[in-house]
Ligand binder design. Structure first.
Ligand SMILES: Nc1ncnc2c1ncn2[C@@H]1O[C@H](COP(=O)(O)OP(=O)(O)O)[C@@H](O)[C@H]1O
Ligand SMILES: [Mg+2]
Length: 460
């Protein structure tokens, strides 16, 4: 049978089973009909033969002539199967002794003690007949007498059509049951595939552990291939994470040396233009090292979200530690960090290192995109819905940037102007928020100019 490669296995299996069920139902129906016909014919034949034999047994010779008196039972027994009409003829050498003159005799008379059955049309109806022969000695000679008994088949046709009717009903019932069973069979045959699908769907986007579901032999090669593929993917991912981490590290170390040397030189040089270019140099080194740090952070975030640590920590405490960590950077620009934490603790479960990373990147942005002498408000709010950690600054805001795309890797806004960056900070924050079932909200500062970036987490 032709099936397009994409067609559903379930449908294919069901249709094939249904075709088989339909064929079996038909065969069942035909077999029952043939058997019923044969049984009915055999029954009629037996009674016809018994009737003809009892007539032939009643033949006797009287005064040199063959005489017969049809026994009552010979005809009454034929009535036992149906109300069909009965014809008989007793003939001696073509001369009818009694019965229907026009009832055909067999072309060749059966030999003594044998019978000959026939089916033909007689007086407009199909009849079944039997002919038996007997030799009667009459007037000193042997005379061959043929007895033919025939009966219409209406009753039998009725019985056989009734049996056919029931056979048809059983055939249809069988087909319906087979249909239901086919659906069940298709369902159960495909259930391992369904299980495999569900076990893969339940996984997190970064879960590349091998599949370990109990599966039938037929699926083992497929799952092995899948596991093998995931293994290679895992290895290649780990390799690239390692590579990025290593690269970031190798870039940052010499940069730190360059920065230190530049600081020393800055103190030594006198001419203002030299000082300016050295400051420029330090700034560029800082940015490069920040970018390298973010690459490292991002690689770590990707890596850690696969197997999230399950630390218990206080969100307010972590937020405060991030603020403390960036306080020197804020002071360099004379930015005031105003922190607002709830009075009650903010217990949370998750990866503390990732959380720190996310908060650091958001605060880093707030400081980076804020002018000197401004204020950044950092607030942790907790209610029965969950937590909201928000960073409000008085900087340039998001302007006309498409905020939805800012969380994409290496995507930077149209408002960045001269500020250097790698476009990974919000990506990191967004990935960490989502790994903790939370989300990142980017909006304008409700209290005037600037940006408002919040991390929102449901109550653990
Ligand atoms: N506090 C903020 N104020 C204004 N714009 C911001 C702020 N935070 C992020 N952005 C915008 O979002 C973009 C993406 O941020 P991020 O992923 O941290 O990359 P970048 O390395 O550019 O800081 C930035 O390029 C900037 O356009
Ligand atoms: Mg940033």
């Amino acid at each position: 049978m032709f099936w397009p490669a994409k067609s559903s296995i379930r449908r294919r299996l069901t249709v094939q089973l249904l075709v088989i069920a339909a064929a079996l139902s038909l065969v069942f129906f035909l077999i029952v009909r043939v058997i019923a016909d044969q049984a009915a014919t055999a029954t009629q034949d037996n009674i016809l033969l018994a009737s003809a034999t009892s007539i032939s047994d009643a033949l006797y010779s009287e005064r040199g002539a063959v005489t017969v008196e049809i026994p009552y039972s010979a005809l009454s027994m034929l009535g036992t199967i149906s109300q069909d009409r009965v014809f008989y003829r007793v003939s001696e050498g073509g001369r009818t002794l009694t019965g229907y003159d026009d009832l055909p005799l067999p072309d060749v008379a059966p030999r003594a003690a044998q019978s000959r059955f026939d089916t033909f049309l007689y007086r407009g109806e199909t009849v079944r007949s039997v002919a038996v022969s007997r030799t009667v000695s009459s007037g000193g000679s042997n005379v061959d007498v043929t007895v033919v008994v025939a009966q219409t088949r209406l009753g039998l046709a009725l019985i056989s059509s009734r049996i056919s009717f029931f056979a048809a009903i059983f055939g249809v019932l069988f087909f319906l049951v087979a249909t239901a069973l086919s659906l069940l069979a298709a369902q159960s045959a495909l259930s391992p595939l369904e299980r495999l699908k569900q076990s893969l769907q339940r996984r997190g986007a970064h879960d590349l552990r091998p599949v370990q579901a109990e599966l039938p032999d037929e699926l083992t090669p497929l799952v092995d291939a899948l596991n093998n593929f995931m293994g290679r993917l895992r290895a290649s991912l780990a390799q690239s994470e390692d590579f990025i981490a290593e690269a970031a590290h190798r870039v940052r170390t010499p940069l730190a040396v360059v920065r230190a040397q530049a600081e020393i030189a800055l103190r030594r040089v006198e001419r203002p233009e030299n000082k300016t270019s050295l400051r420029e140099m330090i700034r560029a080194v800082d940015e490069s090292s920040r970018s390298a740090g973010q690459l490292l952070d991002h690689a770590m975030v990707t890596f850690r979200t696969d197997a999230l640590a399950d630390d218990e920590f206080d969100l307010a405490v972590v937020t405060k530690s991030v603020c403390d960590h960036l306080l020197p950077t804020a002071e360099l620009k004379d930015i005031l960090l105003i922190q607002q934490f709830p009075d009650t603790p903010c217990p949370f479960r998750g990866d503390a290192i990732l959380m720190q990373n996310a908060l650091r990147n958001v605060l880093d942005n707030a400081l980076k995109y804020s002018p000197a002498d401004s204020t950044v408000h950092i607030g942790v709010d907790s209610d029965d819905q969950g937590y909201r950690i928000s960073f409000n600054d008085q900087g340039r805001g998001f302007g006309s940037s498409d905020v939805a795309s800012l969380t994409q890797r290496f995507s930077r806004g149209s408002n960045v102007a001269d500020i250097v960056g790698s476009g990974l900070g919000l990506t990191i924050a967004d990935e960490v928020a989502r790994a903790h079932n939370g989300r990142l909200e980017i909006s304008s500062n409700p209290k005037g100019p600037g940006a408002c970036v919040s991390l929102i987490f449901p109550q653990p």
